[in-house]
Structures are given as structure tokens and as C-alpha cells.
Design a binder for this molecule. Structure first.
Ligand SMILES: [Zn+2]
Length: 53
């Protein structure tokens, strides 16, 4: 049996990119906030995709 897997994929608009600091376990929606955090804490932030429920 084959199921249409598209139905289980997150719809457009339900996921977004955020900046995440894995050291602090913080996420930033704002590019500027992420940049500031990176500069003041010397942490590296990574852009990740989150799925908003
Ligand atoms: Zn941090």
C-alpha cells in the first residue's frame, strides 16, 4: 500500500528559519539579534529551520 506522503509534509509557512546558539540553547528570529549575540558572547550561531506547531 502506498500513502501520499505529501499530506504529512509541513505546509508552507509553518516552518521558518531562525538563528540558534547551541551553547545557550537560544534561538533568534531576528538576524540582528543573532549578530549581536554572536559579537557580545563570541558564540557561534547557526541558521536552522524550525517547524512551528
Ligand atoms: Zn550563546
Amino acid at each position: 500500500m502506498q500513502y501520499p506522503y505529501k499530506q504529512f509534509m509541513p505546509r508552507l509557512g509553518m516552518s521558518e528559519m531562525v538563528w540558534k546558539c547551541f551553547r545557550c540553547n537560544l534561538s533568534f528570529k531576528d538576524d540582528q539579534l543573532a549578530e549581536i549575540h554572536k559579537q557580545i558572547s563570541a558564540h557561534s550561531v547557526t541558521k536552522v529551520k524550525t517547524i512551528v506547531a
